[in-house]
Write a protein that binds this ligand. Structure first.
Ligand code: URA
Length: 250
C-alpha cells in the first residue's frame, strides 16, 4: 500500500493535517531536521510536497495519505458522530490522523446497531451515497422478539405505512423463526431515522439486534472484528464510485 502524499500542499500543512503535531510543534520538528521528503532533510515549513512524495519522521516512514475511505465494523455502544463530550464515537476507533484529515461517517447507524460503516474524506462521495434519489441498497440482519412469516415478507414488499411516510418496497428474507424469536435479512433503499426498527415495529415486532451487512456494493468484511477497520481496496472504491455515478441506481 503506497503511503505517499496524495495532494500537492505545504509541508507544514500536510504534517498538521496528519495530526503529527500542532503547527508550532511541526515547525520545531522541521527545524530540528527530523523530517525528510524523498530522502532529503527538509527544514523549511513553506516547502511544498507533491503527490507521490515519500516522507519520513525520525527515520520512520510517515503514512502521508490525506484521502481516506474506511470500512469499519461498528460495534454496538458507539455513536455514529465525529465527536461527543460524553460517549465514545466511531472516530475514536481510528487513529487521530483520520479525524484530522476530515474523515466522516457516511450516514448513521444507531448506537445499538453494529456492522458496516463507511467513513470517508470524500464529501461528494458521501453526498451521493446518501442522496435519496440514488436509492442505494443496504442490507441488515435483524433479530426480532417473535415470529415472522410470509405476510411480513409481503408487507415489506408492498411498502410499509409508517406514521410519517410510506417506506419504499423492501425485501425481507426470513432466515429462521420460532415463537420467541426470528432472524431475517432486510434490504432497504432508504436510510431514514430508525427505519428498519420502525418497519418491524409496524409489524408488531421489536428489533433486539441489528447489524448492517452491506452498503451498495460494499459488504462487511468477515475478518474484521467489531471495532476493527481497514481501508477500502482499489476495487471496492472503483465499484462504489461506479454505483453512485449512475443517475439513479436502481
Ligand atoms: N435502521 C435502523 O432502524 N437503525 C439503524 O441503525 C440503521 C437502519
Amino acid at each position: 500500500m503506497p503511503m505517499c502524499a496524495d495532494a500537492a500542499m505545504r509541508l507544514d500543512r500536510l504534517l498538521t493535517t496528519l495530526a503529527v503535531g500542532s503547527r508550532s510543534q511541526v515547525k520545531t520538528m522541521l527545524r530540528a531536521g527530523r523530517v525528510t521528503v524523498n530522502g532529503q532533510v527538509v527544514r523549511s515549513a513553506d516547502a511544498h510536497v507533491q503527490p507521490g512524495d515519500r516522507l519520513t519522521l525520525d527515520q520512520q516512514p510517515l503514512d502521508a495519505r490525506t484521502t481516506r475511505h474506511v470500512l469499519l465494523n461498528k460495534p454496538c455502544g458507539v455513536l455514529t458522530a465525529a465527536r461527543d463530550s460524553k460517549q465514545p464515537t466511531v472516530l475514536d476507533l481510528l487513529p487521530p490522523a483520520y479525524r484530522a484529515c476530515g474523515c466522516m461517517p457516511v450516514g448513521r447507524l444507531d448506537k445499538d446497531t453494529s456492522g458496516l460503516l463507511l467513513l470517508t474524506t470524500d464529501g461528494e462521495l458521501a453526498h451521493r451515497l446518501l442522496s435519496p434519489k440514488r436509492h442505494v441498497w443496504k442490507c441488515y440482519e435483524a433479530t426480532v422478539d417473535g415470529p415472522l412469516n410470509a405476510q411480513d415478507t409481503a408487507a415489506f414488499a408492498a411498502g410499509l405505512e409508517l406514521s410519517d411516510f410510506t417506506a419504499l418496497p423492501a425485501e425481507l428474507e426470513i432466515l429462521r423463526s420460532s415463537p420467541q424469536e426470528a432472524v431475517a435479512q432486510v434490504r432497504v433503499r432508504e436510510g431514514k431515522f430508525h427505519q428498519v426498527r420502525r418497519m418491524f415495529a409496524a409489524r408488531g415486532r421489536t428489533v433486539t439486534a441489528l447489524r448492517r451487512l452491506s452498503l451498495g456494493p460494499l459488504t462487511l468484511d468477515a475478518s474484521l472484528q467489531p471495532g476493527e477497520y481497514r481501508e477500502l481496496t482499489a476495487q471496492e472504491l472503483t465499484e462504489l464510485l461506479a454505483a453512485v455515478s449512475k443517475e439513479d441506481a436502481e
